[in-house]
Design a protein around this ligand. Structure first.
Ligand SMILES: C[S@@+](CC[C@H](N)C(=O)[O-])C[C@H]1O[C@@H](n2cnc3c(N)ncnc32)[C@H](O)[C@@H]1O
Length: 309
């Protein structure tokens, strides 16, 4: 078993990069022995020196190496065994281009196995955004790229059934199977769901809404993001309306949400396109008298509320 005592993180990196096996284990100082310390602190246990790092550092390292971290095991009075399992990089919906593009995110897709509201890194900033737009005061809520309706379900649990019933919800998605699944879920609520390409949204002749939510959808290659976004702001919002946009800054691989958006032509995470789109929306909304905040990490949330002059 490889043991790391006072080796630097850079040395550990080199060793890990050289490992070819799908399962990697190594022994390090038990982080629970050290209190109030940052990574890098020297700590002596049983007359032996170690460099301290917390579990967050070991878990971050697993993510950086595209690995899953397994439950650490106690090895001695001073040490634990950290184990990583390499992710199958092919096990991801990002790579799969089905013959029917409308069903890329449908009930039979890899994407449908994801319940992102079970990831705190998604749930927390989304709930914050709902509070920031004062969800309880919004009557009519439009969601573009609703899929099976997880974002509405979170609202339902957040505000309770009684308040949810007082509102009108509209969901749009071009995946027929996802919309059918959402319909079953919201059978007894005021939720109207449409199988529709967002590019032809105008054909539905929808009334303006108090809140527009769109998560992981508007940057899709099928949508001309900037013109569509401007059209949305001009034609789909009521006077005091708000917007919540979620921009994924992560990829879903083999059961894990891995930090960092992927851009075409880069083998690693490159985020220029993401920030370009986010800043475009922020500036455009500010010009139209919205107060805009950006929160989140693996999902960036742009939340815009009208400034009442
Ligand atoms: C990445 S998924 C996000 C779904 C959901 N908002 C979430 O975050 O779990 C994108 C969704 O937008 C839908 N979508 C993508 N392009 C679309 C378009 N042009 N018209 C309608 N729906 C579209 C897909 O079918 C899919 O359900």
């Amino acid at each position: 078993m490889k043991t790391f005592t006072t080796q630097s993180m850079q040395e550990i990196f080199s060793w890990l990069h050289a490992q070819k096996s799908a399962h990697i284990s190594f022994e390090v100082l038990n982080p629970d022995l050290v209190q109030n310390a940052y990574a890098g602190k020297l700590f002596t246990c049983k007359e032996k020196e170690y460099i301290y790092r917390g579990y967050k550092a070991w878990s971050d390292l697993a993510e950086i190496l595209f690995c899953k971290m397994l439950t650490p095991r106690i090895a001695s009075e001073c040490t634990v065994i950290i184990s990583y399992e390499k992710l199958n990089l092919e096990q991801t919906f990002h790579k799969k281009e089905p013959s029917n593009k409308e069903e890329k995110y449908g009930t039979d897709s890899e994407f449908f196995k994801i319940y992102k509201h079970e990831e705190p890194a998604f749930l927390h900033p989304y709930l914050q955004a709902l509070d920031a737009v004062k969800i309880r005061n919004k009557k009519r809520i439009l969601n573009l790229g609703i899929n099976r309706g997880d974002e509405f379900e979170i609202i339902l649990h957040h505000i309770g059934e009684e308040a949810f019933l007082e509102k009108e919800f509209i969901g749009i998605d071009y995946s027929k199977s996802a919309i059918e699944s959402a319909k079953k879920r919201f059978d007894s609520f005021h939720v109207s769901l449409h199988v529709k390409d967002i590019n032809t949204l105008d054909e539905l002749e929808l009334k303006r809404s108090d809140l527009i939510i769109s998560i992981g959808t508007l940057q899709s290659p099928s949508i001309n993001f900037k013109p569509f976004f401007m059209h949305l702001v001009q034609n789909y919002l009521r006077k005091d309306a708000a917007i919540i946009l979620g921009f994924p800054n992560s990829r879903w691989i083999d059961g894990e949400m891995i930090y960092g958006a992927k851009a075409p032509n880069y083998s690693y995470s490159e985020q220029s396109l993401l920030y370009n789109d986010v800043i475009f929306c922020k500036k455009y909304l500010q010009q139209h008298k919205f107060r805009v905040t950006l929160t989140g990490k693996q999902y960036l949330f742009l939340t815009a509320t009208k400034i009442n002059l």
